[in-house]
Ligand binder design. Structure first.
Ligand code: ATP
Ligand code: MG
Length: 561
């Protein structure tokens, strides 16, 4: 669905209303504000597509703002990964900005707040402050430090900034209302003392601003018109507005916070904190493990940027949180790869097939179509010989009349090649089939134009020539969690639902055209699914990740509705 065809979402309606009320179109400005404390995941993709999508729709700038106010968890590695992922998704930010660039301005505003009696230094412990908070139905009590003289506040605050106090000894609080029905308005903390090295400001600061204080003011400094965040910040909006009220200059754009629902994906977790646990505790090989819900994991798995954007657009945005079935994401990548991925033949569970009447030592290089969905993709050559591999489950010794793959006494077509007939099998001592023998119809070569080549045969199976096959490592993935919503229950550790069989490594055989495939290249292994070359590949051995199978379960679910 293109942007133009669908009806406006509720955020766009808010923007349209603002424009109708006289906001100039040039004043529109958006931002995507990740905290660099982990890699981006599929949930972030929704926020990225929303914000950058608005930028495209209204031809407005979108900033990439790193919300780096918590030095304990933030790192340059994450900043780099986030930039790489947003770019890879196909979006271009106007400016790359950091909340830490505003530390000085925020600090000066805070001093101004103190002078105006809007903030004070509280020297109680966090436990004492918690006791005074009250409950949603009972007002809190004022801190004994609430009416500290301005001069004393200024002195203490400066000393906090310069590292003169230990962590936890003092905080700067906004003086709002300890009886507010919104607990967040009960004198919220603006600054805490932290003796942590910051990945950008180094050791310059010994106080760091809290999210609520930094976020709205950063939006204001950047003149962001619509600051979109997820629903858990709905209650914070009052505070966001209160902070802005104190500094707002009416000749400037006043940012507006609006909330949309977080997107959760089934059979995985979308929380940087939990994804970090999976990495640190070794459940996965890293942030870009192809089983991860991270953008970098999906990329390594073989997902395309278009498929992720299309997924985000299809689910759209909502006012209520719900769980999106991962099969919709799979549907989106399948749909995209079907159009673009070259077709190749690969056998992943081989059994040997010998064509008894095919000349010994003969090799034919047959034409194979690269992509039936794309004529321009052309043809390639695949080698055919007397001894082939086919999939073990494409043969059945005692098959009924509904079995259209290879069996004894019946015909089947070898893809891009000849019609063959099953003749006999060779078994080992345990009764396992080690070799299948067949005969071929020499006149039936696909595309040769002969009458025999046009014979209608019910089944077609894929194959590779044993002599020419490339051996490759194939990593086949299953869902990382057995539970649909592994972090749905606060009392249960989500790791309890980890699927112990989420990775299966097999040895496969590929047609030789894949010899020079490079990391990131995507293919359809015919009849098996979509596969992507993994960066672990070496000159001697290719490694493939299975992106997704060919079967289209989501379309079936959808059409039933
Ligand atoms: P996490 O819990 O994974 O760390 P977060 O919200 O703390 O998520 P941020 O880096 O602060 O992560 O998020 C950047 C932006 O992406 C925010 O505007 C946030 O609301 C949005 N976002 C994060 N997760 C989701 C999600 N699952 N669905 C939609 N938007 C999300
Ligand atoms: Mg966060």
């Amino acid at each position: 669905m293109s942007n133009e065809e669908r009806s406006l979402n509720f955020i766009e309606l808010i923007i349209e209303e603002d424009l109708a009320k006289g906001m100039p179109k040039e004043a529109l400005r958006f931002r995507f504000p990740p905290e660099p404390n982990g890699y981006l995941h599929i949930g972030h993709a929704s926020s990225i597509c929303l914000n950058f999508g608005l930028g495209l729709r209204y031809n407005a700038p979108v900033n990439l703002r790193f919300d780096d106010t918590n030095p304990a968890k933030e790192e340059q590695e994450y900043v780099d990964a986030i930039k790489r992922d947003v770019e890879w998704l196909g979006f271009q930010w106007d400016k790359e900005l950091y909340a830490s660039d505003y530390f000085q301005e925020l600090y000066e505003w805070a001093i101004d707040f103190i002078k105006r009696g809007l903030a004070y230094v509280d020297s109680q412990s966090s436990e004492e402050m918690a006791k005074q908070k009250g409950t949603p139905t009972q007002p809190g009590t004022n801190s004994p430090y609430r009416d500290r003289p301005v001069e004393e506040n200024l002195e203490l605050f400066e000393k906090m900034k310069n590292g003169g106090f230990p962590e936890g000894s003092h905080v700067l609080r906004a003086k709002i209302n300890m009886a507010s029905s919104n607990m967040l308005m009960r004198d919220p903390i603006m600054y805490r003392v932290l003796h942590k090295h910051h990945h950008r400001t180094g050791d310059n600061w010994h106080i760091y601003p809290m999210y609520d204080w930094a976020h709205g003011e950063s939006d204001y400094l950047e003149q962001v018109s619509h600051s979109l965040c997820t629903l858990e910040f709905a209650m914070h909006r009052e505070l966001y507005d209160w902070f802005l009220d104190q500094i707002y200059d009416s000749s400037l754009v006043r940012p507006k916070q609006r909330e949309f629902a977080r997107r959760n994906l089934s059979h995985t977790v979308v929380s940087k904190r939990k994804l970090l646990q999976l990495v640190q505790e070794g459940y996965v090989s890293g942030w870009d493990d192809p089983r991860m819900s991270t953008i970098s994991g999906l990329r390594r798995r073989g997902y395309t940027p278009a498929s992720i954007r299309n997924f985000a657009d299809t689910i759209g945005i909502a006012k209520r949180t719900n769980l999106i079935d991962v099969s919709l994401l799979e549907f989106c990548v399948r749909e995209d790869l079907n159009k673009t991925a070259p077709r190749v033949m690969a056998v992943l569970d081989p059994v040997k097939l010998v064509i008894d009447n095919y000349p010994e030592g003969k090799v034919e290089w047959l034409d194979a179509e690269n992509n039936p969905e794309d004529e321009a993709a052309g043809f390639r050559k695949v080698p055919f010989s007397k001894e082939l591999y086919i999939e073990r489950d494409d043969f059945m010794e005692n098959a009924n009349s509904k079995y259209f793959r290879l069996t004894l006494g019946k015909e089947v077509r070898l893809k891009n090649a000849y019609i063959i007939k099953g003749e006999s099998v060779v078994k080992d001592a345990e009764g396992n089939i080690t070799e299948i023998h067949c005969t071929y119809d020499a006149d039936s070569r696909s595309g040769s134009g002969t009458e025999a080549s046009m014979r209608k045969i019910k089944g077609t199976i894929h194959w590779v020539s044993i002599e020419h096959a490339l051996e490759a490592e194939i990593r086949v993935y299953d869902r990382l969690f057995t539970h649909e919503n592994p972090d749905g229950d606060k009392d249960v550790d989500f790791k309890q639902y980890i699927n112990p069989d989420s990775l299966q490594i097999i040895n496969g055989y590929l047609e030789p055209s894949l010899k020079d495939a490079i990391a990131g290249e995507r293919f359809q292994f015919q009849r098996l699914g979509y596969f992507c070359v993994d960066p672990d590949s070496t000159a001697g051995k290719l490694v493939f990740n299975k992106t997704v199978g060919l079967r289209d379960t989501w379309a079936k679910i959808e059409s039933k509705e």
